[in-house]
Design a protein around this ligand. Structure first.
Ligand SMILES: Cc1cc2nc3c(=O)[nH]c(=O)nc-3n(C[C@H](O)[C@H](O)[C@H](O)COP(=O)(O)OP(=O)(O)OC[C@H]3O[C@@H](n4cnc5c(N)ncnc54)[C@H](O)[C@@H]3O)c2cc1C
Length: 471
């Protein structure tokens, strides 16, 4: 039975010494902890793993520092950019000055053909017109049809619940998009941002991505990425920011229970201690949230288990020489999706080059043996990069994230809960909650800001929303 949207549940229980416990040290949890602490709350952050950063982290492999998967963000990701500023990491993850995506097509005979998705400084939607007109991977008629579909997309309201039930491919088909335009443009961008092809993506989420990224502001889709290991930002710098904000951070501390305390408030159970809290933010994935939620906290908690997940695979290749001049490119006519140069950020020494091949929505190959992936991807990289043909491969390895994101399937919108619960003082955060965004760093940070904001309101603490558009 639905009881409507949970609202502020009870009067603020706590005075100046209000204690908040945040469970989960991914981007959502770190954000919630920082926001709560910045507003004067005493905060404890509990993370089950030995590091912060959740799904966006780094690890050591010999002399290399490796990211579990290539991450990028866009200029329109105002919450993630706030996070980078807050942890003093913005300079380490710069944005392109102008959107410029090299797209190599090897599917049409004679050698790789380079196209670019670029913008100009003109106002929306003219900023993309010149780039689209010069995009060689679509015919003139296809380019014109893309322009018409983009204008139709601009009129959609991504928050309209009716859009959530429709798949993006059906909408694209209705708006004259051929299989080729879907492959060479809509899916090229959509698979990387939604982690699903158009036929498996909710129109609401697709409209959110394309409208915000391509049609809100000329610079909205300029791409940014970490020029250092992700762990430097999401673990090391995040930890420094938490420490200086006075947050008590406990790693290797898995929360096993959550219950009402006898005198009101909450009791958070770990293997070693029971922690009393006035406010709890659960910033863990949907399955873990379901396991910890007290009865009656949300409508039909089993719905959380209906939110599916989608995998991302990264294939890492260390060549004995430089084979790619650009920082990254996207590919067509090959199983390869996006390729990034990770040489400098990984600390690779000795003159070689380290490329990460990022494969989203990779349900078909997430469990493939390394030898099979090697036999598939090395020849494909040689097709795309002539310089790779004579190069030696010093290292080849694979990182697999089976539950990288929630699956953005049609209908997922009605399954995603908001930050508030019916239980006083208990809030939910995580990229999978109802942020309006697909599972991204932006969605995770937004959810943390929203959950902390709701908690602070209930605690009666003044705070300012950090995002410009909310002011
Ligand atoms: C390979 C890959 C590539 C990606 N690429 C991009 C990209 O290019 N751009 C982008 O914006 N996004 C990308 N994403 C998505 C992005 O990383 C996530 O959406 C975001 O990091 C999720 O953050 P979160 O805090 O919501 O959840 P999580 O990162 O899942 O954090 C939850 C945390 O809770 C902890 N936890 C769980 N249970 C407990 C418990 N009981 N007690 C204590 N702690 C617990 C977990 O250990 C974890 O640290 C990618 C993800 C992957 C995996």
């Amino acid at each position: 039975m639905t009881r409507g949207t949970p609202g502020p549940a009870s009067p603020a229980p706590a005075g100046p010494s209000a204690h908040a416990v945040v469970v989960g040290g991914g981007l959502a949890g770190v954000t919630a902890a920082l926001r709560l602490a910045d507003a004067g709350t005493r905060v404890t952050l509990l993370e089950g793993r030995p590091r912060l950063g959740g799904l966006a982290f780094s690890f050591r492999r010999g002399d290399l520092t490796v990211d579990n998967g290539q991450h990028v963000y866009l200029r329109c990701c105002t919450a993630y950019r706030w996070f980078l500023d807050r942890v003093e990491g913005a300079g380490l993850a710069p944005l392109q000055s102008r959107l410029d995506v090299p797209v190599l097509d090897v599917g049409r005979g004679a050698g790789p053909r380079l196209g670019r998705l670029r913008r100009t400084g003109l106002p929306v939607p003219l900023h993309l017109a010149a780039g689209l007109a010069a995009y060689p991977h679509l015919s003139l008629a296809e380019r014109a049809s893309v322009g018409r579909a983009a204008l139709a997309l601009k009129k959609l309201d991504p928050a309209d619940p009716a859009l959530d039930g429709v798949d993006f491919a059906t909408w694209l088909g209705r708006h004259g998009q051929s299989a080729r335009t879907v492959e060479a443009l809509w899916d090229l961008v959509g698979v990387a941002t939604l982690n699903a092809t158009a036929s498996h993506a909710s129109l609401g989420l697709a409209a959110m991505v394309f409208k915000t990224g391509l049609l809100s502001d000329p610079g909205a889709a300029d791409i940014g990425w970490a020029h250092v290991p992700l762990g430097d930002l999401h673990d090391t710098l995040a930890r420094e920011a938490l420490d200086s904000a006075g947050v008590r951070t406990e790693l290797r501390t898995k929360v096993t229970s959550l219950s009402r305390a006898a005198g009101g408030g909450w009791e958070v159970g770990t293997a070693g201690e029971r922690i009393e809290a006035d406010t709890v933010v659960l910033a863990v994935p949907q399955g873990e949230t379901h396991a910890l939620l007290p009865e009656g906290a949300v409508d039909d908690p089993d719905r959380l288990l209906d939110i599916g997940t989608a995998p991302i695979l990264n294939v890492h290749v260390v060549y004995d020489r430089k084979v790619l001049r650009r920082p990254f490119f996207a590919a067509l006519g090959t199983p390869v999706q996006w390729v990034f140069d990770r040489t400098e950020s990984s600390g690779l020494k000795g003159g070689g080059q380290y490329l990460a091949v990022s494969q989203s929505a990779c349900q078909d190959e997430i469990d493939a043996p390394v030898a099979e992936l090697r036999a598939r991807y090395l020849p494909e990289l040689e097709r795309l990069l002539p310089a790779a043909r004579g190069a030696g491969v010093r290292d080849f390895f694979v990182t697999r994230e089976r539950t990288a994101t929630f699956a953005p399937t049609p209908g997922v919108g009605r399954l995603r809960p908001g930050a508030r619960t019916y239980a006083p003082g208990l809030y939910l955060a995580g990229a999978w909650t109802a942020t309006g965004w697909p599972a991204t760093m932006e969605g995770a940070v937004r959810s943390g800001i929203t959950a902390a904001g709701a908690a602070l309101r209930e605690l009666g603490r003044a705070h300012e929303h950090p995002l410009q558009e909310a002011l």
